[in-house]
Design a protein around this ligand. Structure first.
Ligand code: MG
Length: 262
């Protein structure tokens, strides 16, 4: 290698490389962060959740009370007109054969709390044991169509996709968490309503999660369509709709019903 080549080509190249190396080493040093700085990078400070109060007894402050043990002001007959069920000792009691009742207000996505109690009488007027679907049946219909079954499923055999905690004829509950007749039971339901486009086509199915007496029985189940007694469920487009309670001919009791819009 002659001196000319060294001065014109190689030396400047070495110089450039050295500069680049020093520069990148300096950058790495500058970017090295303390653990707390790295931790801060994954902190999200907004939005701040709204503050609500949740009393030890009572309902969350952002919930809407649908039945407070006193009156049927929030309810009407499923076919319109007055709700004909009765308030007895703070409970909403089905008057058999007066028909289903539904909320006056329509709902979309909700968290719903319902308490219910099946009658202790499990025989008919002739003393015959009530069995299967005939033993104190009712139901909580989300958006008037999607039934979370209410039934005395304590020592009462029926088809499992029709027992308490089932999504009727669609999904068997994960366990049977039923209490005995005459004991209050709870449903905590998280419901995501199905969505339809302008052409009435389903764009997203409904989903439902159910806790029965605090125990998970339906885990984000994808609803197959409107509840049917006979045949397969099918979706038909609809908007927000009331919550409906079923009169199945039995004197079912409800209390402490509240809902949170999601
Ligand atoms: Mg039912």
């Amino acid at each position: 290698m002659n001196n000319r080549l060294l001065t014109r080509g190689l030396l400047p190249a070495i110089g450039l490389l050295s500069t680049a190396f020093i520069y990148s080493a300096t950058c790495v040093a500058a970017e090295k962060k303390e653990p707390w700085q790295l931790a801060e990078e994954t902190e999200v400070w907004e939005p701040v959740p709204a503050i609500i109060s949740v009393p030890a007894s009572g309902i969350p402050s952002d919930a809407m009370q649908l039945f407070d043990g006193k009156n049927l002001n929030q309810w009407q007959g499923a076919e319109g007109g007055e709700a004909k069920w009765k308030v007895v000792d703070g409970a909403l009691v089905v008057v058999p054969k007066t028909g289903d009742i539904k909320t006056k207000e329509a709902f979309c996505d909700v968290q719903l709390h319902v308490e219910w109690k099946t009658p202790t009488l499990i025989t008919d007027e002739n003393g015959k044991l009530l069995e299967g679907q005939g033993r104190n049946n009712s139901g909580v219909f989300l958006q008037e169509r999607y039934e979370v079954q209410v039934l005395d499923s304590y020592n009462n055999k029926t088809y499992p996709n029709g027992q308490a905690g089932s999504i009727y004829k669609q999904s068997i509950p994960l366990v049977n968490a039923s209490r005995a007749p005459g004991e209050w039971q709870t449903y905590d339901i998280i419901f995501t309503a199905p969505k339809f486009d302008a052409a009435q086509k389903l764009t997203s199915p409904g989903y439902v999660t159910v806790l029965h007496n605090g125990v998970l029985v339906q885990n984000h189940f994808e609803i197959q369509g409107a509840t049917e007694w006979i045949g397969k469920p099918v979706y038909k487009a609809h908007g927000c709709a009331p919550i409906r309670l079923q009169d199945h001919g039995n004197a079912m009791n409800f209390r402490n019903i509240w809902v949170r819009k999601l």
